[in-house]
Design a protein around this ligand. Structure first.
Ligand SMILES: [Zn+2]
Length: 102
């Protein structure tokens, strides 16, 4: 790891043009899931200036020209995202927000 004003550079940092160490932000090389032109997803690990990390996900899905079928695709996509994000979020304990319960 290389030190700089916001702390050491994470070992997974791509150290390319998307990494902004001056601002304390680091980004990994994206991991790509590509379904032969029908769908594509890019997952990038990000660390922001306060040290918190998150996954940045961009998804592109080819939609059917028929509106009813396109909406069905979107419902399927949303249901799948809800399920997979819920599973991924449940693998770590919730963060304390500093707010007290009323
Ligand atoms: Zn970096």
């Amino acid at each position: 790891m290389k030190p700089h004003q916001h702390g050491p550079t994470p070992t997974w940092c791509a150290q390319d043009h998307q990494c902004k160490p001056v601002l304390g932000e680091h980004r990994s090389d994206p991991i790509t899931v590509d379904l032969s032109g029908l769908a594509r997803a890019l997952l990038t690990r990000v660390q922001v200036a306060n040290g918190a990390q998150h996954a940045d996900i961009r998804v592109r899905l080819a939609l059917h020209p028929n509106e009813r079928l396109a909406r069905q695709q979107l419902r399927t996509l949303l249901a799948g995202l809800d399920e997979v994000l819920g599973r991924a979020a449940m693998t770590v304990p919730p963060r304390t927000t500093g707010r007290r319960a009323a």
